[in-house]
Design a binder for this molecule. Structure first.
Ligand SMILES: *Cc1c(COP(=O)(O)O)cnc(C)c1O
Length: 354
């Protein structure tokens, strides 16, 4: 133990983001970034804000952004909370709704940041196994859970849970908060935002990082009953009053407003996902049904570790997880069509060589 470190810093168990190697140029299919650039409107609005006003603090509540989101989803401004990436919104949600409750529940496997937050905030958790087809079985959620969180579609599987099942969870657990992390919802799923009015225990979290091509800008938000939003605001104002900088605010507003470009990019990714799914299935991969901007795939014979290394040697990065439950799988981000064609070509030559 380092004598200058706190007990906490010593015992933390940090999240491991997908690698961002600098040794050569890679085709990055490992962190679910969007292959398309941000909308031109976003870029020009951000450039136009690089000026004298940067000496001023931004609006601490990012009110204009909340109005844009409210307008887009046809909800009220007091249903919305915005933060520095959805990871921050998630962290605040753990503090606002899960801290000091009984053990919370999430599936195994899921987004690996959830146990990391539990670790730093000292929140107990129980995991429940996914079904053999990797879907979430809502009957496996603990009766006395202190809170529930899962991504929809789930990460890193891409498997989507329909609204009727989410509604069953909300009805069965009216006294705890259910957080649905919709980081990938724009790639073919139906958002459960429409359930917020009816279920006051539902918090939906979304991000601009994936479907809106703005991972570098760090903007996320959540939608829920004003009572839940108030708790998040209390936590935020006890941590950082200005989580969104001025450029992030103007950029994200423009991203919401350029709906045509957003829809085009999402449709393109969905189409390319179906192309890649078919190609990989014909190369004898098991391809889980995905409603995200990635595929989770397992070859019938060859190991994922070998395929991961083979692709990397050829300049293609995909994600391979060490968790023994899924270490036979690769998670491949959907890029542009021509990038997927190169990926398939490379996969074919690796398979042929073995
Ligand atoms: C990418 C991702 C996030 C984080 O997104 P940011 O807004 O970039 O912090 C949250 N949840 C899941 C499941 C993700 O995959």
């Amino acid at each position: 133990m380092n004598k200058y470190w706190s007990q906490l810093a010593t015992t933390l168990n940090p999240y491991e983001p997908g690698e961002q190697p600098q040794d050569r140029k890679y085709l990055k299919l490992n962190t679910n970034e969007n292959p398309f650039p941000p909308s031109d409107v976003v870029l020009s609005k951000i450039k136009g804000s690089v000026c004298d006003t940067l000496r001023l603090y931004p609006d601490p509540d990012a009110t204009k952004l909340k109005f844009s989101i409210a307008n887009y989803y046809n909800i009220n401004v007091d249903n919305i909370f915005v933060g520095n990436g959805s990871d921050e919104v998630l962290a605040f949600s753990f503090l606002a709704f899960f801290k000091d409750k009984s053990a919370i529940t999430f599936p195994n496997i899921t987004y690996s940041f959830y146990p990391v937050y539990c670790n730093i905030f000292e929140i107990e958790f129980n995991e429940f196994a996914l079904d053999s087809n990797f879907s979430i079985d809502i009957n496996k959620i603990e009766k006395n859970s202190g809170g529930i969180i899962f991504p929809n579609p789930n990460a890193p599987t891409g498997v989507y849970l329909g609204l009727p099942d989410i509604e069953k969870i909300l009805i069965k657990f009216p006294n705890i908060v259910v957080v649905v992390d919709e980081a990938y919802i724009d790639f073919g799923g139906v958002s459960c935002i429409k359930l917020v009015e009816k279920y006051h225990n539902l918090l939906v979290i979304q991000t601009f990082s994936k479907s809106r091509s703005l991972a570098g800008l760090r903007v996320g938000f959540s939608i829920g009953h004003p009572n839940l939003i108030q708790a998040l605001i209390r936590v935020k104002n006890s941590f950082n009053s200005y989580p969104l900088d001025s450029l992030a605010i103007v950029g994200s507003i423009a991203a919401i407003e350029d709906n045509t470009y957003f829809t085009q990019c999402c449709n393109q990714i969905i189409q390319t996902r179906e192309y890649l799914a078919n190609e990989l299935a014909s190369l004898s991969f098991l391809v889980l049904p995905s409603k995200a901007n990635f595929l989770f795939v397992k070859h019938s014979k060859l190991s994922a570790a070998m395929l991961y290394n083979g692709l990397k040697e050829n300049g293609i990065l995909v994600r391979h997880f060490s968790n023994p439950l899924v270490n036979d799988f690769l998670r491949i981000t959907i890029g542009k069509k021509e990038e997927m064609i190169s990926c398939v070509k490379c996969m074919k030559s690796i398979i042929k060589a073995h």
